[in-house]
Design a protein around this ligand. Structure first.
Ligand code: CO
Length: 270
């Protein structure tokens, strides 16, 4: 397999960290105000303004014709949900995925929030998905292969917890383009795939289902849903490959702090 991977210089990685952190800060703004009764279009508008106030643009808008600024994927929607006018309700599981271009460099990451009281099964799914992302990140070191990341995620999610790993959608390289080589599947074999080089930047994004991993796309051409209608969870980080320990460019701590400070969000799972 021949893939064109663009490794970044240290100063480019620094710029990409700024892009990733603008997404993290946007997600933290969402975490401060998110609650049942809000609509995802309100969140979209808020993020668009926040991103533009910070000298960047939302990268998803008009990407392959995508008609909104962010993706808001609720409950059975796995990814690429359109923001809409429907009020969110107690117990909803809401993945917010945001992309920006700042100084010519992309940031692209996502976080899943739970609104108020929810089943422990759902809370467990959220925790397992987030934990699987970090297990994948641990493998993003020089001389490992993409398959080491993929296997770590799949093994934890499917073998240890019997949840579903979506096959049709994958993580990706990130840089001047939103989607660069290599693809980063959330399933695969140890020691397979392209070898990881220093300063390769990857968007790692497990999409995990409570039930069957089968999905379908709505007639709108974007909205990806679970076939069985059960909940799906999505987390995404921007990660730079390094020698001994991956460098995570995005930052969940600022999102988690806002999440814990918001009484309308459920953070009891960690
Ligand atoms: Co992505």
């Amino acid at each position: 397999m021949d893939v064109m991977m663009f490794c970044k210089t240290d100063s480019e990685v620094q710029l990409m960290k700024e892009s990733a952190l603008l997404v993290s800060n946007s997600l933290a703004e969402v975490a401060k105000v998110l609650r049942a009764g809000m609509t995802t279009l309100q969140i979209d508008k808020m993020c668009n303004e926040y991103i533009r106030d910070h000298k960047a643009i939302p990268s998803f808008f008009q990407y392959r014709g995508y008609p909104h600024n962010i993706c808001a994927s609720v409950n059975d929607v796995v990814v690429h949900g359109f923001p809409d006018n429907k009020p969110l309700k107690e117990g909803d599981v809401v993945s917010i995925d945001i992309g920006v271009i700042l100084n010519g460099w992309h940031g692209d990451h996502a976080y899943t929030f739970v609104l108020g009281e929810a089943d422990t099964t759902v809370l467990q799914l959220v925790k397992v998905t987030k934990d699987s992302l970090y297990l994948g990140i641990e493998k993003a070191i020089v001389n490992n292969r993409i398959g080491d990341i993929s296997f770590a995620i799949q093994d934890y999610v499917e073998r240890k917890h019997q949840y579903g790993v979506v096959r049709e959608l994958v993580g990706h390289g990130l840089g001047k383009q939103l989607h660069e080589d290599p693809q980063v599947p959330n399933y695969g074999k140890r020691g397979s795939g392209p070898r990881l080089k220093e300063n390769l930047v990857l968007a790692i994004e497990p999409m995990i289902t409570l039930g069957s991993r089968e999905i379908f796309t709505d007639d709108d051409g974007w909205t990806v849903r679970t076939r069985d209608g059960k909940t799906a969870v999505h987390f995404e980080h921007d990660v730079c490959v390094k020698k001994n320990k991956a460098l995570v460019l995005s930052d969940y701590s600022i999102i988690e702090q806002a999440e814990k400070g918001n009484q309308n969000l459920n953070s009891s799972y960690y």
